[in-house]
Design a protein around this ligand. Structure first.
Ligand SMILES: NC(=O)c1ccc[n+]([C@@H]2O[C@H](COP(=O)([O-])OP(=O)(O)OC[C@H]3O[C@@H](n4cnc5c(N)ncnc54)[C@H](OP(=O)(O)O)[C@@H]3O)[C@@H](O)[C@H]2O)c1
Length: 248
């Protein structure tokens, strides 16, 4: 069995990869940093191939698929956030983030899903965020990108169910997790983050139970429920205040 994990050089992706290796999966690990990928590979118990590419480039996503078509599990995890008021953040930075957080997930999901449907087996886990349920002032583009990943995955789930496919899709929606995410986004969490090895082992367990939406952590589950019932304008005020506290 083979699993391909994007963003596997650190954080949640690295721990998802290690968990899958413990279960006996051979791995294809993708990220830009070859050295870090090789370090993760050395920690794995199974056979690993590392692919150092920038997934924000569409052609790289297509090349990756061409080279490694045959996977049983695809995990679209690579992603990052940008903090700041929408009128002040850089357009090029945001477009690059959209290319990674949305476009790469879209392209890889489509290509691998079609292949899996042909075989009538396989599974895809897309990493969104609890941000998918919030409007996200001060991180508007990041939150919107995760909303896209959530909607795309849940819609595909229903399409697969209607055709009685054995292909499974899940979407991971974590709250704060202790990884490099904060440094990349230039923020610090205003609440305590979960450990990424806990998030990864919980996720892998739920994914293999065919859970559609995976929300690790009790407080995160509560906040997702809160987001669904709170009036939008109140949610916006609360969310803005929480986000403001993240500023370094
Ligand atoms: N940490 C949190 O609180 C949190 C909460 C909810 C959701 N998430 C989501 O979880 C996912 C993983 O993030 P993380 O928290 O584990 O952060 P992380 O430690 O910064 O990991 C991000 C991973 O994505 C890779 N990556 C970044 N840009 C890339 C590119 N252009 N092409 C290929 N790979 C790229 C990074 O590797 P290279 O730098 O080597 O390319 C790294 O392996 C993200 O989608 C994030 O939005 C995180």
């Amino acid at each position: 069995m083979i699993a391909l994990v994007t963003g596997a050089s650190s954080g949640i992706g690295k721990d998802l990869a290690l968990n899958l290796s413990d279960l006996g999966y051979e791995l294809i690990l993708v990220a830009r940093n070859k050295k870090k990928l090789n370090e993760v590979a050395n920690e794995c118990k199974t056979k690993v191939k590392t692919v150092a590419i920038d997934l924000s480039k569409e052609e790289n996503c297509k090349e990756l698929f061409k080279k490694y078509k045959n996977v049983d599990v695809l995990i679209n995890n690579a992603g990052y956030g940008i903090f700041g008021e929408f009128n002040k953040t850089g357009l090029d930075d945001e477009l690059n983030m959209i290319d990674l957080n949305i476009k790469a997930v879209h392209v890889l999901t489509k290509l691998y899903l079609n292949e899996m449907i042909k075989k009538d087996s396989g599974r895809i886990l897309n990493v969104a965020s609890s941000a998918a349920f919030l409007p996200g002032p001060l991180m508007s583009t990041y939150y919107s990108s995760k909303s896209y990943v959530f909607k795309l995955t849940t819609a595909i789930y229903e399409e697969l169910r209607r055709i009685k496919s054995n292909v499974k899709v899940s979407v991971l929606c974590p709250g704060p997790v202790n990884t490099n995410f904060n440094d990349t986004a230039g923020v610090s969490f205003s609440v305590k983050g979960l450990d990424s090895d806990y998030v990864a082992s919980y996720t892998i367990k739920k994914m293999f139970k065919d859970k559609l939406v995976i929300v690790p952590g009790f407080m995160n589950k509560l906040s997702v429920i809160g987001c669904k019932i709170a009036p939008l304008k109140i949610l916006l005020k609360i969310d803005y205040n929480i986000q403001r506290k993240k500023e370094k």
